[in-house]
Design a protein around this ligand. Sequence first.
Ligand code: AMP
Ligand code: MG
Length: 475
Amino acid sequence: MIIDHSYAEKLQDLVSPVGVTPVIQPKLSLVNESLTKLLNFGEFGNDQTRLFNALFEQDGLLNQKAVAQKYGGHQFGSWNPELGDGRGLLLAEVTDKEGAQWDLHLKGAGNTPYSRFGDGRAVLRSTIREYLASEALHYLGIPSSRSVCLISSNELVYREKQEKSAMMIRACQSHIRFGHFEYFYHSKQLEKLAQLFDYTLANHFPQCLDQSNPKLALLEEIVLSTADLIAKWQAFGFCHGVMNTDNMSIHGITFDYGPYAFLDAYVPDYICNHSDHSGRYAFDQQPGVALWNLNALAHAFTPYIEIDDLKETLLKFQPRLTEQYANIMRTKMGLSQEMPDDMVIVNEWLALLHQDKQDYTLSFRRLSDPSYSIVDDFIDRNRAQIWLEKYQQRLGLESISAEQRQQKMLAVNPKYILRNYLAQIAIDRAEEGDFSECERLLAILKSPYTEQAENAEYAKPPPHWGQGMEISCSS
Ligand code: AMP
Ligand code: MG
């Protein structure tokens, strides 16, 4: 395995070296074998004891050169300079088999200078939620940080109640957040801000260095990749729940999972975060919030770039998002050619789903089946019939056969998503030491578009207790 510590070494003034605080009776409970192979942990094969030792031995990965990164963030719209890795550590950077660079980050590692009043730990519940969601989104085709392994422990921590703790290693291009740039800008540490820009450009966006204004090119890449990400969230019905700028990655990936949810019923103003009283991060607010966050990030570029140029770059967000969203929604509806009224048909379909609170994911699967009588799903059959005729007329303009269309639609409309109630069942089992339900979910969610007859139960909408779950922010 090729290990590097470039962030820790090149940006010494932006980090604090911190060792991992050991947990009581650590146990490797989940290992992502395909990812560990890609990351060249491959030498351990399936031998989990050897992998465990490689992590935990005195000169193991966890004990080499871990650092806590400093960042700030706009939390629910208010600037907070006090943030940073309060319970996570950047362990190292590794190069995978294809030459790509990844950060390895240990969450739940113990206290750091940025822990404030926290205990530096993560609860098993939220660690499993992050572990499952990262993989579920990845296999849906939504960019995300990935899960490398989960280490359970018998150490208890206190949140609303006493809970088991855990650690996980996650991997992604880097852990640089919008809040990293914001912090060094707002605290007027312009030399460190310049170091961060130089490092980010050289290590992660070298293509921008060829542009006439590399920093502006960097902002544009972040604006566009964020737009692409949010288009996917909206099209797949994913609700992040805590879009604070410290939870926004500069790589346009889903990052720092908290009280997230996939929509069950189609409720556009759904709020998954129990603490989000104003609905700032409701599902249908995500596009606007992303632009708000990009605007907050753009402030950190003002020492270098004229405001008009920054505004012009930010203005690229909405058209890109609208275009990408429309593209995905057209493919979800089986429309391969672009025609003027396509989004009218899409929006009327969504209005139907909303009116009857139909299951967002399953409705698209049903729509893909020409033998399924979709009108019967709706209380207002007339309205549904009028829409269906319009849709069928539009399909008549397509050049592919009904069978081909069905195949195409099944390939882009998932059958299996990580519904919160499924995650909760897996968590309840894991709390008792049984991770088999986590493993099973991970296996199912690896092929979200494939019919899995033996797992049909996992495609069902939630039972009564699992509907409209609001997830606690405590983690
Ligand atoms: P999060 O809610 O995980 O996005 O974290 C927001 C901020 O609180 C970050 O600066 C975290 O490092 C910090 N934080 C969250 N939980 C803890 C904890 N248990 N101990 C120390 N810091 C924490
Ligand atoms: Mg966070």
